[in-house]
Ligand binder design. Structure first.
Ligand SMILES: NC(=O)c1ccc[n+]([C@@H]2O[C@H](COP(=O)([O-])OP(=O)(O)OC[C@H]3O[C@@H](n4cnc5c(N)ncnc54)[C@H](O)[C@@H]3O)[C@@H](O)[C@H]2O)c1
Length: 287
């Protein structure tokens, strides 16, 4: 019988720690799982779910894979201590590229370091069940893709980390392998700086519509339907179907009225570095 893969999750009582341990624990035949947590709230949450908390000093040295599920802004401080405790030729996974790109993740030459992040269930995916269609985050029932990149280390360890990542965010359709800077251009650049900002503005505009007496349900339906339809159109999923000439004029106006003329600067390397530095240390903005 093959030896089980030993996995420790640091921050197992937090938001992501809870999600990923809920999936890892479903594989007791292949994964020996340890929950590590240091806050009273997190420890209580793990115990209420019926699991024990293990000190990192005990779990990390015997782990094949350590998942660091702590907030990005403390990854430097936490990783310095955790990485020292790892045995040689083992792996550490972080769940966001920011700290790695900002070089705030402690590294060691004899270990493998990996970044993974969920794409969340796309509205273009055919989900099979009601529960899957209503799993907006993913990792419960909704099929989703993930992205994954190796910071450094061996291919053999990366393969294991990829398998564990696919379990953490299951059910996973595709795990796309790319460089960690590419992951950072997806988040924060694509989905936070641009996506979350414009979607937030859209939701604010629904509120404004409601304030002006437009039924909220109508505004919400109008928005969600158009987001679905227009994203299918602009991403080339509708063949040669084009938006109206008037819509093209409106987009041109929106580029001036809503977006800055130079908004594509968000793809400059320098802007990405300054964005990440500011997100990790908001008290010391770099942009
Ligand atoms: N929240 C999300 O939607 C989301 C989505 C994708 C990726 N991520 C990434 O997941 C990671 C974790 O984020 P989160 O939102 O789950 O954080 P969180 O604040 O919800 O949870 C972090 C947990 O870590 C614990 N912790 C802190 N220091 C610790 C230590 N030294 N030892 C043990 N436990 C410790 C805290 O007590 C807390 O329970 C981040 O890298 C984040 O970018 C988050």
């Amino acid at each position: 019988m093959n030896k089980k893969l030993v996995v420790s999750v640091i921050g197992a009582g937090g938001k992501m720690g809870t999600r990923v341990t809920n999936n890892l624990i479903k594989h007791p035949d292949t994964i020996e799982l340890y929950y590590c947590e240091n806050s009273e709230f997190g420890i209580k949450a793990i115990k209420e779910r019926g699991f024990d908390v293990t000190p990192a000093e005990v779990a990390v040295p015997i782990s094949d894979i350590v998942v660091l599920a702590v907030p990005d802004k403390i990854i430097y401080d936490v990783s310095v201590g955790i990485v020292k405790m790892m045995a040689a030729n083992k792996s550490l996974i972080i769940l966001d590229p920011a700290a790695a790109v900002a070089k705030e993740l402690a590294l060691r030459d004899d270990c493998t370091f990996v970044v993974t992040h969920p794409c969340h269930p796309s509205y273009f995916l055919d989900q099979d069940t009601y529960e899957a269609r209503h799993d907006y985050f993913g990792g419960i029932a909704g099929k989703q893709d993930i992205v994954i990149g190796k910071i450094q280390g061996s291919e053999e360890n990366f393969t294991k980390a990829r398998m564990v990542s696919e379990i953490m965010f299951a059910p996973v359709v595709n795990s796309y392998v790319m460089g960690i800077r590419d992951i950072a251009f997806l988040e924060p650049t694509l989905v936070e700086i641009l996506g979350a900002t414009t979607l937030y503005a859209m939701a604010e505009t629904v509120k404004e519509a409601e304030r002006r007496g437009i039924p909220r349900a109508a505004a919400e339906s109008f928005l969600a339907g158009h987001v679905y339809n227009l994203s299918a159109n602009f991403l080339g999923k509708l063949g040669n179907t084009k938006v109206s000439d008037a819509c093209l004029v409106a987009i041109d106006l929106g580029n001036r009225l809503v977006l800055r003329d130079d908004w594509k600067r968000i793809w400059d390397d320098e802007v990405l570095d300054n964005v990440i530095a500011t997100m990790l240390h908001p008290h010391d903005p770099q942009i």
